[in-house]
Design a protein around this ligand. Sequence first.
Ligand code: ZN
Length: 221
Amino acid sequence: MSYQHQYVDGTRVHFPLGKVVCIGRNYAEHAKELNNPIPTEPLLFIKPGSCVVEAAGGFALPFDRGAVHYEAEIAVLLGKSLSTRPSAEEVIDAISGFAPALDLTLRDLQSKLKEKGLPWELSKSFDGACVLTPFVPASTFPDLTDIGIRLTINGEVRQDGNSHLMLNPIVPMIQHMAAMFSLQAGDVILTGTPVGVGPLEQGDELVLELPGVSRFETRVL
Ligand code: ZN
């Protein structure tokens, strides 16, 4: 079944999926674990809508292409367009919801691409490379600088972060993105991954959470 945005109560979001705009190295401890320098300005990349799958029922991975790493991230769903230099108020008004998500990465391939100074698309844009769960309406979140993100695999907590640890907090990050290119209703922002990334294996049981707000079980098929 092709992916369509929905909210946790099962209602469908009325605008279609757009692109997925991502930020790399947005948590200092994660940049360190991969021996990457902390960027001096936001490191952006885009995953196409074609790579998005829903978490329900599990997801398949291209294991014939080297290590596939999980990156648990807070996903932001936009419900309005943003371009040029939106104010913080305009960004907040454009956010429809939040969800825990996975930015999946062919890590061996990405390392080779990085070495050669090449773009990351081949490692970040394969079919299934973005796993989304249903969104929790934005009104549930009074403070965007205090949203947790947790990933548990086979009963062990692997990643446990919070938006207060972001080098670029959610609102200024989206302001910066919108200054670089237009964002549209249906676009998703992946806000970076906290420390603790690692490989996925077939049969892994995952729990993706915005702790206290959203909890979703899925597995690697
Ligand atoms: Zn990521």
